[in-house]
Design a protein around this ligand. Structure first.
Ligand code: MN
Length: 283
């Protein structure tokens, strides 16, 4: 299934070029009061909600996807985790370009660990990205993202796939500079997730997935997840050694070579096989 959030927090199932409004199923979520349970309530209860989503889809309003504004499919992630320098050719370009490395010696992922992006930076494809100030380089980074379904700590690589709710396309937008990653990658709108979440059963194996980012028809980034240094199960195992993972946590798996600046007016055309394409405007 393909789950999206659109317009005024409507919940949708994507079928072809249409979205079916299944918001009525949200009435089945448990009533919660402060302090809220950690993580995203919808993702936490997604499995119990399946029959209600399917029932709601039979009578839900159908809209053209092109007529709705797509929001992040995860509304309330507890945290956004991201992998730094997780493709060898991206390490090479970062080492070669002072506009990326700012004089620092670029090391490998096991040197840096996992970093966190502010949840306030999260937007959907239809909301677009606000570029950093004109005197700072703002780069695109397309990444395969996964959404944690079942939480846990010290999850083994062998069990990692049991903890994934689904996958989506992510943009880990970045200003280049000397500041910490968590600062440079957490400006408002700098975490894009979309266009929808494809459930893990439908997406299948994330080990060999083609993806690319184009601007004005020009391919800027094009790679395959087989080039990941830490693959999906390893990222879950590695992250969960440090952090308790909660339903709705987002893990951005890292970007390949080809990172480059965007400017207001650009539209980033982002595609990942098995998910689809999202157009994300820059303003
Ligand atoms: Mn990144």
């Amino acid at each position: 299934m393909r789950i999206c959030r659109f317009d005024d927090n409507r919940l949708g199932l994507v079928e072809g070029d249409e979205v079916v409004d299944v918001s009525s199923a949200l009435d089945q979520l448990p009533a919660v009061r402060w302090p809220y349970p950690p993580g995203d309530l919808l993702i936490r209860h997604l499995e119990e909600l399946w029959p209600h989503l399917e029932a709601a889809a039979k009578t839900g309003e159908r809209l053209k996807i092109s007529d709705v504004t797509l929001r992040s499919p995860v509304a309330n992630p507890g945290k956004i985790l991201a992998a730094p320098v997780n493709y060898a050719k991206h390490i090479e370009e970062a080492r070669a370009d002072p506009g990326i490395n700012f004089g620092s010696d670029v090391k490998a992922i096991d040197h840096y660990g996992i970093f966190l992006k502010a949840t306030s930076a999260l937007v959907g494809a239809g909301e677009g990205v606000v570029a950093g100030s004109a005197d700072r380089r703002t780069d695109h980074e397309i990444e395969l993202a996964l959404v944690i379904g079942k939480g846990g700590r010290n999850i083994s690589e062998a069990e990692a796939f049991d903890h994934i709710a689904g996958y989506a396309i992510a943009l880990d937008m970045t200003i280049r500079g000397t500041e910490d990653r968590s600062y440079r990658k957490s400006l408002d709108t700098f975490a894009v997730l979309g266009p929808w979440m494809v459930t893990a059963d439908e997406f299948g194996d994330p080990a060999q997935v083609d993806f690319e980012l184009r601007i004005d028809g020009e391919i800027r980034q094009k790679s395959n997840t087989r080039h990941l240094i830490f693959d999906v199960p390893k990222l879950i195992a590695y992250s969960s050694q440090a952090f308790t993972l909660e339903p709705g946590d987002i893990i951005m798996t890292g970007t390949p070579e080809g990172v480059a600046p965007v400017k207001p007016g650009d539209v980033m055309d982002c595609s990942i096989d098995g998910i689809g394409t999202m157009q994300v405007g820059v303003r």
